[in-house]
Design a protein around this ligand. Structure first.
Ligand code: ZN
Length: 404
């Protein structure tokens, strides 16, 4: 018996070693992108991705709004100096890229109008250039923009593997800690707001989310679940699903704002409502709700209720509790942090729609404000904001306990 057990243990060790080797090989085999370029030609706009190896691809166009999407296997983006956002080259207005699913990277090109893909091809290394994927597009009239059923993706002969689903994280049955879900907004090909200095909202709020998890776990018997732990895209309804799957007691979505004029500054807290508290809140909700479009998803033919959020009776109680927590959060924040006027507002944010999990959205400040963005990036400001959040969370659970 002992010998059998010993053999089994040996086999398990060998299997684990093989799995580790496989994982290491997969990471080593991951293509690296060293450049993305756009060029304007008389008859076309050319987009080029430079890669460390030939990779499978899938390229397609989307309408409403007009976009070109280039899907690749998971790649490493090795272009630190490159800024995403507005590019204004030929038919293309702006450009974004990132991890769209666990094994799928994506580039999204926003077109200025309807376009058609005229050519997609790969080039081997030559004249000092590495492997390249070339995508040519031309402008077409709206009438000549292909209907969805005619728009077959152009794919490499060796196909891309299916996009993997996210891993599910469910509470252990005997875990009776309070569960707080921290949601870092945006991610992957959706950078969120882009700061005056090139900072992406998705990166900034992820640093706040990770730190907040640590602080909360030190502060009490809390189980803290992050909706995303890395730079990856997640649909808004997936974030809501996670909060429900883990039986969240509280959901806090972290964001940072940006405005065109760059004058606005300060943090603010939002809760869900059918009608927005004010015009700015409505605009902000519309912007935050656009995440799927930004990440290159096809919403044509789906009924979007982005401007009109429907709230059922069962949600009212949760909404009142959310407002209660939002009030506590504003009270705590205003001790230490500069707040926007009317710091508690409400609007139809899709990410706050959990029927059973009280949810708030915290905009930590404005990336469009020259001084505020510098402050937001400091560890000391992150500590200050997060301490206030921790205090508000403690207060909220005390209040909830007292009501029982
Ligand atoms: Zn945001």
């Amino acid at each position: 018996m002992a010998r059998v057990l010993h053999r089994m243990r040996e086999m398990a060790v060998a299997l684990a070693a093989a799995a580790a080797l496989l994982a290491a090989t997969a990471a080593a085999a991951q293509p690296r992108v060293s450049a993305v370029r756009l060029g304007e030609h008389p008859d076309k706009t050319r987009f080029v991705v430079e890669l460390s190896q030939a990779a499978p691809y899938r390229v397609f166009t989307l309408g409403k709004p007009y976009r070109v999407v280039i899907d690749l296997p998971q790649v490493t983006w090795n272009i630190p100096e490159h800024r995403q956002g507005e590019v204004d080259t030929g038919a293309i207005e702006s450009l974004r890229y990132g991890l769209f699913a666990p094994n799928r990277s994506r580039v999204v090109l926003d077109a200025k109008g309807p376009v058609r893909i005229t050519d997609v091809f790969r080039l081997p290394p030559q004249d000092g250039y590495p492997h390249r994927l070339v995508v040519d597009v031309t402008r077409v009239s709206p009438e000549n923009f292909l209907q969805p059923r005619e728009r077959d993706p152009i794919a490499s002969a060796n196909p891309l593997p299916e996009a993997e689903q996210r891993q599910r994280d469910v509470a252990e049955a005997d875990d009776d800690r309070l569960t707080i879900v921290i949601d870092a907004g945006h991610g992957g090909p959706d950078p969120g707001a882009i700061g005056v200095d090139g900072t992406y909202e998705k990166d900034l709020v992820l640093t706040y989310a990770r730190h907040l998890k640590e602080r909360l776990e030190q502060a009490g018997p809390y189980r803290v679940v992050l909706t995303r732990k890395r730079d990856i895209f997640l649909k808004l309804n997936e974030r809501v699903e996670i909060a429900n799957e883990v039986n969240g007691d509280l959901f806090i979505s972290l964001h940072a704002n940006a405005t065109r004029n760059g004058r606005a500054s300060g943090a603010s807290v939002f809760t869900l409502s059918e009608t927005a508290s004010d015009e700015e809140a409505a605009e902000l909700a519309a912007k935050e709700n656009k995440s799927a479009v930004v990440a290159g998803m096809d919403l044509e033919g789906t009924t979007q209720t982005v401007s009109q959020i429907l709230i059922d009776l069962a949600q009212r109680e949760t909404m009142n509790t959310s407002k209660r927590f939002a009030g506590m959060l504003v009270d705590e924040l205003q001790n230490e942090v500069r707040l926007l006027e009317n710091s508690h507002r409400h609007a139809g944010f899709v990410v706050l729609k959990s029927p059973n999990v009280p949810s708030v959205l915290l905009e930590i400040g404005f990336l469009s404000h020259e001084e505020e963005i510098q402050e937001l990036k400091t560890a000391s400001h992150r500590r200050t904001v997060n301490s206030q959040v921790v205090d508000a969370v403690k207060q909220y659970f005390q209040w909830r306990q007292a009501r029982r």
